[in-house]
Design a binder for this molecule. Structure first.
Ligand code: ZN
Length: 76
């Protein structure tokens, strides 16, 4: 199934139009869905940065699990 959504390269808004952005007239591109992998070390790093900057509140043991690499063991 083809994606009907287009994203403006200029302002970043999503639109159903295919020619140009209805908001600013900018060029459109097909948005790529963000790939999330639990083993993505950069994704984990970004998460750590968010925690450190106070954007996400987590308990200390959860933070420790993320920092030490929780992907190696998945004990419930
Ligand atoms: Zn735009």
């Amino acid at each position: 199934m083809d994606s009907i959504l287009r994203r403006c390269k200029n302002c970043g808004r999503y639109t159903l139009r295919k020619d140009k952005c209805p908001y600013c007239g900018g060029e459109l591109e097909v948005p790529h869905p963000p790939k999330y992998s639990p083993d993505d070390k950069y994704g984990r790093y970004r998460l750590i940065m968010k925690v450190m900057s106070g954007k996400i509140k987590l308990s200390p043991d959860v933070i420790n699990a993320i920092i030490s690499g929780s992907s190696q063991s998945k004990t419930q």
